[in-house]
Write a protein that binds this ligand. Structure first.
Ligand SMILES: [Zn+2]
Ligand SMILES: [Zn+2]
Length: 235
């Protein structure tokens, strides 16, 4: 019979390439280093900026129409291998991929000066939740919360109606679609919260959810998401 050491039993193979990992890690060092870190981005909404834009500059949209959230913390660009992990997680119930994404998000937010008191997963519309069987943002919060030592609640921010396909709608239509989509339990909210989401795409949903929290009296709202897409047409 083949003998296994305790260490080898505790180590999972790398989630991306199956190479050996360091104890307690889900990725090997090489895959970890190759992740598409989002380094040059709008300090408010995390939109990737082009190389000519000076570091620390706000993007055009945040300048012209500042969002209700105060800042977005996003470790990665939405490209390989993050897009594969996110789609396995969301559309193929890849809950271990979700755990890895949660760990990566927790690592990023733990490295910043975190001062929020509560995490709120971005709610799914009830019909979409029934179809998918789980809310991906709640699964991320389940991992991020203990790692950061911040509690999470899934019933304080809720979604009332299905947004139209956000990619195809123009900006005005997107904002109108999502503006009235959220409800929150104001009396149970602390003054500083972070909304957890998987990917920020247009930012319209994050804007609307944050506006709902601000209207309910929350002072500081952050958006914590695993990845950010570029503006349509940018790379
Ligand atoms: Zn690997
Ligand atoms: Zn911005």
């Amino acid at each position: 019979m083949r003998a296994f050491s305790i260490q080898s039993l505790m180590r999972q193979p790398c989630r991306l390439c199956h190479a050996p990992t360091l104890p307690g890690r889900s990725l090997c060092q090489q895959c970890q280093d190759a992740l598409p870190h989002l380094e040059h981005a709008c300090p408010c909404c995390a939109l990737p900026l082009d190389e000519r834009t000076p570091p620390g500059s706000l993007c055009g949209e945040c300048l012209a129409d500042p969002p209700a959230f105060d800042r977005a913390r996003v470790p990665f660009r939405y490209r390989e291998p993050l897009n594969h992990l996110v789609s396995r997680f969301k559309y193929h119930r890849g809950l271990s991929d979700g755990r890895l994404l949660g760990e990566l998000l927790a690592e990023h937010t733990a490295g910043t000066r975190v001062s929020v008191e509560l995490l709120l997963p971005m709610p799914l519309h009830p019909a979409r939740l029934r179809g998918r069987g789980f809310n991906q943002a709640a699964e991320l919060a389940r991992v991020v919360s203990p790692a950061c030592g911040i509690p999470w609640r899934s019933n304080l921010l809720t979604r009332q109606k299905q947004g139209a396909s956000q990619r195809e709608a123009d900006r005005k239509t997107r904002l109108r679609n999502v503006r009235s989509a959220f409800r929150c339990q104001a009396r149970d909210l602390p003054s500083r919260v972070a909304i957890i989401d998987d990917v920020i795409t247009t930012g319209a949903t994050a804007r609307a959810a944050a506006a709902c929290l601000k209207k309910a009296g929350v002072d500081w709202v952050e958006i914590w998401a695993v990845a950010r897409t570029p503006r349509p047409g940018d790379t």
